[in-house]
Design a protein around this ligand. Sequence first.
Ligand SMILES: [Zn+2]
Length: 246
Amino acid sequence: MKSVHEIAQEVFDTYGVRVITDQERSGLPIACRPADERTCLTYLQQVLTRELSIYSPQVIRKSKLNEIILCQKLASEGQRRGGLTCAAFLGSLGLPFIRNKIYLNIKVGGGWQYMRAAFHHELFHMIDYFDDINGYYDQRWKSLNRPGFVYHKDRIDEQRAKPQRGFISEYAMDAVIEDKAEVYSYLLIDHRGTEKLVREDRILARKVVRMKELLHSFSSEFNEDFWSKRDAASISYAKSIVKKRS
Ligand SMILES: [Zn+2]
């Protein structure tokens, strides 16, 4: 059986991405602790290598991702997190002291499906940041929502909107960048289920079309063939966040 080190080396050789398992950080803005070797090994075998294999090395290189940090007890600004992305234009230069990183909390509940989705979610933040010169700014995506809708992070009060149509998950209602990353991760792991929801949700339908457009302009690899493969590999994950009226 391969060791953590051997798998990490293979990932680096294929994708040019370093897998870090001994990161220890405390304080703000990011805190995390290393996970045990066995958890890292299982995660590498069951999640990371499988999910990475969905992409060509070219797409991963284009995302400008330099490092994946596998950890536990991940917190950002004092809040527990499942994953985090640190992207910076300077990071794309490949300098050792400033790298584009994804932190993944590999000791969270939620099961394999959640862990798979979380990886693609964070990877999308990287793609989103580097797909154009505007970084995360995307006014057009905001305009896909129903008029008057304000993302939770854009609100001046603490009030949260009720779960509603137009969103693939409740977390998607937090901010444009989370909405996009959620749509992306759901499409990746449950294309069929997402397309099914879209048939009854015009706003979500527009978001899926726009997402596929954005991805195709990022890389021609996100083509019909890519989506039909994702469709065939769908697992049951997407479900409506709006309670059905009885
Ligand atoms: Zn996110």
